[in-house]
Design a protein around this ligand. Structure first.
Ligand code: ADP
Ligand code: MG
Length: 274
């Protein structure tokens, strides 16, 4: 059984700066489904809309946000902040896309003495510095991922349209709900359009949350990473970029997801049997 902790009494919702900063964690359970891609691209799409955004790599053991963005070895990282060697604001790096990034250290030696419990205080020090803080969570359901869910007021679940990713995604939905973090919805990444893939209504039934956006499999994504840029910046007209921009509009409330017609019990049963 998954153990969940109660959210601490203090919440960003009660902070005087909370009206200015939304803290959203991007989580998946399963690794490699597209958390970092979603964090970087949702962040950049929000920047293109005129918002200020900080993306933070909360993946302490296997960080890769800075690799997606081609950030050179940065002298101050989240590791230094969590070891109380530096202030969060000193660790902010500005990418050429305008996105502000707090990278994690790529060195295996830096992990010594890092306390994930300090993440909460570190985020408090950032409140008011931007409109959004997007946290790229670690894979799995361990301490790293839990801390990233705990500190956020909202989470976005990233999944692929296949059973292995969906099963882990469901666990993250339950963990977020258990600690009182609002589940904004799911992003279904890498849809190839094959018959064996789960459909949006099936995914919504399974996760009991709405699908905010479906991102197609797109060669422009790995190409953009090879060029050290988010795809919305590198290839703004690509099919994946269009979906990431829609996702940004949904997050800001400019667009909304059509509410799915609630299915009758026998319809659910038939779709599961199928
Ligand atoms: P995670 O952070 O969940 O581990 P990543 O965002 O790093 O996953 O994505 C893993 C790999 O999948 C990346 O190397 C990226 O190139 C590829 N990828 C992600 N999304 C897409 C997509 N929509 N189309 C094609 N490739 C993708
Ligand atoms: Mg990642």
């Amino acid at each position: 059984m998954i153990k969940t902790r109660r959210k601490p009494f203090y919440s960003f919702k009660s902070n005087i700066f909370s009206a200015m900063t939304r803290v959203i964690t991007v989580i998946s359970g399963k690794g490699g489904v597209g958390k970092t891609t979603t964090t970087a691209n949702l962040g950049t799409a929000l920047v293109h809309k005129g918002h200020s955004v900080i993306v933070l790599d909360a993946n302490i053991t296997t960080p890769n946000l800075s690799l997606h963005l081609g950030i050179p070895l940065y002298p101050i990282t989240l590791h230094d902040v969590l070891k109380k060697r530096a202030d969060m604001r000193e660790a902010v790096y500005t990418h050429s896309s305008g996105l502000k990034v707090i990278p994690a250290s790529l060195s295996i030696n830096s992990m010594k003495g890092v306390k994930m419990s300090k993440l909460h205080t570190a985020i408090i020090n950032l409140l008011g510095a931007s409109d959004f803080i997007l946290i790229d969570a670690a894979a799995g359901l361990g301490n790293e991922a839990q801390a990233a869910i705990d500190v956020a007021d909202e989470v976005i679940i990233v999944t692929n349209p296949e059973i292995t990713a969906l099963t882990d995604a469901l666990k993250t939905v339950k963990i977020a709900e258990g600690v009182g973090t609002k589940v904004l919805g799911a992003v279904v990444n890498r849809r190839r359009g094959h018959n064996h893939e789960y459909t949006v209504p099936q995914i919504e039934d399974m996760l009991e949350t709405e699908v905010l956006s479906t991102i197609p499999e797109d060669l422009a994504v790995p190409r953009s990473i090879a060029n050290k840029m988010p795809v919305v910046h590198y290839s703004p007209r690509s099919k994946s970029s269009r979906q990431f921009k829609n996702l940004a509009s949904i997050i800001t409330g400019e667009r909304w997801v059509e509410p799915a017609r609630s299915k009758k019990w026998y319809e659910k049963l038939f779709s599961w049997m199928a």
